[in-house]
Design a protein around this ligand. Structure first.
Ligand code: PLP
Length: 412
């Protein structure tokens, strides 16, 4: 008899964006003429950079020749891309990594979800709250999170990041956590972490022999030169942190699929007997078994974003989105809303007025202004009383959405 992995049955049925879609569809059925603008889902909208398209054409053409054809590539990714990453994303910030510490992935979702497989099932995990839901759900699938009660998993340490603590999570008190998920710039709050604050986490991990899984998917949006773009800018992080990057929001690769994971050779975890095991070796072993590499065309496309033209073109698109973020922050503040993020990240995190619940505000905005936001509680219990807006729309639709929000706000 084939038995199911019962941990999958513990997953909560409500996938946030499916719930939102259901509510928006119900609204559209009742109001067929309404034209709804979504500032909800975090997908990008602007086309790929010309340098990327050119590289993809070239790679596709190569694949059609007997000389240029490539079959399975290296599981860790092609050296041309790994070298470009080292040279452009790390060296200029004084971070020296080896090429075999870089693993090309097909997007950060897979690796942020899969990496926990290398860790014993009863490690105690800590997450900042609210957070990108993949971290918790992937741990639920392996039975690490306990049971779900009142909107929380019993074996997860939630570290609230809210306006009350300036969106700076406190270090865990009491039982130390073994694995900590940090995401900066943060989805959903759009806030960032300073070097001194990040140093506290690295020191905590070193002291408690904990592992930090650091998601830097939005690093390209950091404008303040003092804010770290990588955890390896902090001394000691090479011993305790794995870092995930994505080209999805950096260069519009949500449909192309490519990113990378950094697993330094010094980072290790323990067996019960105290033997140290290198995660770099273990991850390589895992990838060689379960992953056959990101497509050659996607990797050539990613390489193109590191050329002078590519850099300039992707920066233009990032600036375009950040211009939206600026407009949103300015307008929402003018209207008297309490808003955060949006300065070094493409997300705006807004406290709902009059202590409304996240879903209650979501519905009010949908019905009142025909604008979709994302209810903050969908990202964790501390997200209750907030909503997220994304800056990934076009200027025109963002402006139109803001005008609607203004009219709606002033009308009641
Ligand atoms: N990490 C965070 C924090 C995200 O918000 C997202 C996507 O929204 C991802 C990872 C996944 O990105 P990718 O498209 O590279 O899988």
């Amino acid at each position: 008899m084939a038995l199911v992995n019962i941990h999958f049955l513990n997953l909560q049925n409500n996938y946030l964006f499916a719930d939102i879609a259901k509510k928006v569809n119900a609204f559209k059925v009742m109001h067929p003429k309404a034209d709804v603008i979504s500032l909800g889902i975090g997908d990008v909208t602007q086309p790929l950079a010309p340098a990327v398209i050119e590289a993809m054409h070239k790679a596709a053409h190569e694949m059609g020749t007997s000389k240029g054809f490539r079959g399975y590539g290296p599981e860790q990714g092609y050296d041309f891309l790994r070298e470009a990453i080292l040279k452009n994303d790390f060296l200029p910030r004084g971070v020296h990594l080896n090429i075999d510490e870089i693993f090309i992935n097909d997007g950060a979702k897979s690796d942020t979800g899969n990496f926990q497989e290398l860790l014993h099932w009863d490690n105690f995990i800590g997450v900042t709250d609210p957070i990108y839901p993949v971290y918790i759900d992937s741990n639920v699938m392996i039975g690490r999170c306990g049971t779900y009660r009142d909107g929380r998993w019993t074996n997860v340490r939630y570290l609230p990041t809210t306006a009350e603590n300036g969106f700076v999570p406190e270090l865990p008190k009491g039982r130390p956590v073994d694995v900590i998920y940090l995401c900066y710039p943060n989805n959903p709050t759009g806030t960032v972490i300073t070097k001194p604050e990040l140093r506290k986490w690295v020191n905590y991990a070193l002291k408690n022999d904990a592992l930090i899984l650091y998601d830097a998917a939005y690093a390209a949006y950091i404008r303040d030169p003092e804010i770290p773009r990588s955890i390896y800018e902090i001394r000691g992080a090479r011993k305790c942190a794995v870092e995930f990057h994505s080209f999805s929001k950096t260069a519009g690769f949500t449909g192309v699929r490519c990113g990378y994971t950094v697993v330094p050779k010094e980072v290790s975890v323990s067996t019960f007997e105290g033997e140290r095991i290198s995660l770099n070796q273990l991850w390589l072993r895992r990838q060689c078994t379960k992953f056959n590499g990101t497509s050659y065309i996607s990797q050539r496309a990613a390489e193109a974003i590191y050329t002078p033209e590519g850099k300039q073109q992707i920066q233009q698109t990032i600036d375009y989105y950040m211009d939206n973020a600026h407009r949103m922050l300015t307008k929402l503040r003018q209207l008297g809303y309490e808003v955060y993020g949006g300065e070094n990240a493409p997300y705006i995190w807004m406290r709902t007025p009059d202590s409304m619940g996240s879903w209650q505000f979501f519905e009010a905005l949908l019905y009142g202004a025909n604008v979709v936001c994302t209810p903050g509680v969908g990202f964790g219990p501390s997200g209750e009383g907030y909503v997220r807006f994304t800056a990934f729309g076009s200027h025109e639709l963002t402006e139109e959405a803001l005008t609607r929000i203004e009219n709606w706000t002033k009308s009641h």
